[in-house]
Design a protein around this ligand. Sequence first.
Ligand SMILES: [Zn+2]
Length: 294
Amino acid sequence: MAYKTIKGSEFDITSEPAPFSMSVEALEGAGKTHFSLMDTPGPVVHVNFGDRDATWFLYQMTPERRKEVTMYDFQAASSEGWNRAEGMQGLHDLSDIAKQHMEGGKLNGGTFIIDSGSSWWEIVQECYVKPQTEQRGDGKKIGGLEYMQGNLIVSGVVSWLKSQGAFVILTHRKRQDWGSAGPIPGSYSPQVNRKVPYLVEVRLDLYKTCLTCQSQECRAVGHVGREHKGRLLKFAAQTMLEGIEINPVTFGNVYRMYTGKRPPWYPPEETKAPATKLTAHGVDSTPAATKVTS
Ligand SMILES: [Zn+2]
């Protein structure tokens, strides 16, 4: 384990804050990949563990943007789905990809995306947690201990990624919560390793609502169109900003809030930056810390 010493007395606070890491959490189809791929600073490395094809987004990009993006698409080798050997290979490949693109500051200021972090965590569990349960053979749960190695791997990889000078995004699927009476409307949980919420600086909840009835679960015939929305679940150490909505929900707007600066990767000819409207649930005035400068 490597570490570095930071002396407060010698720290240059005029320097740029280090790129932050994010967990982006949403139901399928609510814009995790769109958020991560379309507005983040390049070069962009996108590692796709999900079962959805991300190449669709290449068609939506400008030619300049396309040149900045490298995608890695992981797929199960058979119709049976992932097996343990493949999963292990996938974890090694992820480590190779990360080293190849990031080591020595190669991706400085760019973006590294694991999409989805939920699938990655499932693979880590299959490869490092399940074998321990099987080895004991008694089927009894021994709680957190079983997860220790898996947690260490996730923590290690995320902190290594964070220290390489790039923005890091882990996307997470949400799943509907179930109660004794079946699915609980409007209640969802992200499929996330429990260390990740502590490791990332920003947690963003993405969701979409019906343009007609505002419901997240609208299935009404004739209700056409959805609005994509985002809400901060965590924002560095500023608890004041938890629950605040970001509109429009773009990475550039999160960057503006985090640094107080205009995203440097936005084209220079753009004099009018997209407006950021912040609304807080139950708070009338926008806290001073959320003032956005462009
Ligand atoms: Zn509706």
